[in-house]
Design a protein around this ligand. Structure first.
Ligand code: NAD
Ligand code: DAU
Length: 351
C-alpha cells in the first residue's frame, strides 16, 4: 500500500512515521510537508534513509502542486496531520489557520477524488477534541457531542472535519476522522504547555500560567495517539468518527507543578527554585475550561487503549528534553524567541 502522510515532520506526524515506517516495510510512506516553524526534519532521522520512505517538500495550500504529487505517487491512503496547530498563534494571526487547515484539507479531498473512483482509497483525517468546545465540571465528549469551537484554530479544525464528512456523504469518499485530546511527549515544539514549562525550568525563566490555572486538559502520550490512528486505519469503520483520549484529566497548575518536581529531581535543582518561577499571566481569550474524552467507541471497536499513564509518560518526556538539548537548540531559533517575547511580555519582564 502507498500511504501519503501530510505534516509528517511535525510532532505527531514524525512520531507516527517513525513507528510505522519501521514496522511496515511492505508499505511505502510519502511524507508531504511544508516544513513550517513547527517542523523538524531531525525528528525523522530514524526513517529518512529507509527505502519505504520518501519526503516531498510541498504546501497543501498549493492545489496544483498537490494534484501533481497525487498524480505522481497515486497513494492508496492519505493520513492528514498537516495543520497550523497552536491555539495562541491562531488568536494572534488566524489567516494561516484558515488557509492550511481549511483550504489545505479541501485541496487534499479534491486530489483524492481525482485519483480515486467512488469508494476507492481512504482518507484519515487527524483532528482534535477542541471542536466540541468546553465542558463544565461534569461529563465527557462523545462522538455525538455538538460542535462548538472557541478559537480560530478549533473553528478551522471543525470546518475541516465538516468538509471531510461532506466529501464522504456527497462524493462517496471513504473517510475516517479521529478527534484526540492534548498530546505530549518527546519532540513537541516548545510553544505547547509541557515542553514550554520544561525548557523554561531549565533556563530559570518564569512559568506563565493563564488565568487561575484551573483549566483542565486530558493528556495522551504521543506514541498512544499514533497507535490509535493505526488501529482506526486497520479496524475502524469507513465514514465513522472515533474520539481518542488518555483518560487523564489534569488541571494546568497541577501539570506545571508536576513538571517542576520532575525537572528538579532529574536535573538536581531545588524544587522550590522552580516552583517560585510560576507566574500567573492574563488568561487566553476564549479559553476552554475543561476537555475530557470518552474513548470507549475506539476501545470497543478497534481494541485500542492507552499504554502510558500521565506519570510514566511525563517522566519519559522530561528525561527526553533533559537528554536532548541539541534538538531543543535547533528549534529555538530567532523566530521562536520572537514568538515567546511577543506572547509572554509580562512573564519576560520578571526575568
Ligand atoms: P505540529 O504543529 O507539530 O506539526 C504540524 C506539521 O504540519 C508541521 O510539520 C508543519 O510543517 C506541517 N504543515 C503546516 N502547514 C502546512 C502546509 N500548509 N502544508 C504542508 N505541511 C504543513 O502539529 P501536531 O501537534 O503534530 O499536530 C498534528 C495534527 O494533529 C494537527 O492536525 C492537529 O490539529 C492534530 N492534533 C494535535 C494535538 C496535539 O495535542 N498536538 C491533539 C489532537 C489533534
Ligand atoms: O485538545 C487538543 C489540542 O491540544 C490540540 O488540538 C492542539 O493542537 C494543541 O495545541 C492543544 O491545544 P491547547 O490549547 O490545549 O494546548 P496548549 O499546550 O497551548 O495549552 C494547554 C493548556 O495550558 C491550556 O489550558 C492553556 C494553558 N497554557 C498554555 C500555555 C502555552 C498556559 O497556562 N500557559 C502557557 O504558556
Amino acid at each position: 500500500m502507498r500511504i501519503l502522510v501530510t505534516g509528517g515532520a511535525g510532532f505527531i506526524g514524525s512520531n507516527f512515521l517513525t513507528r510505522y515506517v519501521l514496522r511496515h516495510p511492505e508499505h511505502d510512506f510519502i511524507n508531504v510537508d511544508k516544513l513550517t516553524y513547527a517542523a523538524n526534519p531531525h525528528s525523522l532521522t530514524k526513517v529518512a534513509l529507509k527505502p519505504n520512505y520518501t519526503f516531498v517538500h510541498a504546501d497543501i495550500v498549493d492545489a496544483e502542486r498537490i494534484d501533481a504529487i497525487f498524480e505522481e505517487y497515486r497513494p492508496d491512503a492519505v493520513v492528514h496531520f498537516a495543520a497550523e496547530s497552536h491555539v495562541d498563534r491562531s488568536i494572534l494571526d488566524p489567516r494561516d489557520f484558515l488557509r492550511t487547515n481549511v483550504e489545505g484539507t479541501f485541496n487534499l479531498l479534491q486530489a483524492c477524488r481525482r485519483i480515486w473512483k467512488r469508494d476507492e482509497g481512504f482518507f484519515h483525517h487527524v483532528s482534535t477534541d477542541e471542536v466540541y468546545g468546553s465542558l463544565g465540571a461534569e461529563g465527557l465528549f462523545t462522538e455525538d457531542s455538538p460542535y462548538d469551537p472557541s478559537s480560530p484554530y478549533s473553528a478551522c479544525k471543525a470546518a475541516s472535519d465538516h468538509l471531510v464528512r461532506a466529501w464522504h456523504r456527497t462524493y462517496g469518499l471513504p473517510v475516517k476522522i479521529t478527534n484526540c485530546s492534548n498530546n505530549y511527549g518527546p519532540r513537541q515544539f516548545p510553544e505547547k504547555l509541557i515542553p514550554l514549562m520544561i525548557t523554561r525550568c531549565l533556563e530559570g525563566r518564569p512559568l506563565p500560567i493563564y488565568g487561575n490555572g484551573t483549566n483542565v486538559r486530558d493528556w495522551l502520550y504521543v506514541d498512544d495517539h499514533s497507535d490509535a490512528i493505526w488501529a482506526v486505519m486497520e479496524r475502524g469503520r469507513v465514514g465513522e468518527t472515533y474520539n481518542i483520549g488518555g483518560n487523564s484529566e489534569q488541571r494546568n497548575i497541577d501539570v506545571v507543578e508536576r513538571v517542576c518536581e520532575l525537572v528538579a529531581r532529574e536535573a538536581g535543582i531545588p524544587e522550590s527554585q522552580l516552583t517560585s518561577l510560576i507566574t500567573y499571566v492574563p488568561d487566553r481569550p476564549g479559553h476552554d475550561a475543561r476537555y475530557a474524552v470518552d474513548a470507549s467507541k475506539l476501545r470497543d471497536e478497534c481494541g485500542w487503549e492507552p499504554t502510558e499513564t500521565f506519570t510514566t509518560g511525563l517522566e519519559k518526556t522530561v528525561r527526553w528534553y533533559l537528554g536532548n538539548q541539541e534538538w531543543v537548540n535547533q528549534v529555538t531559533t530567532g523566530e521562536y524567541r520572537e514568538w515567546v517575547s511577543r506572547r509572554y511580555p509580562e512573564a519576560a519582564k520578571t526575568v
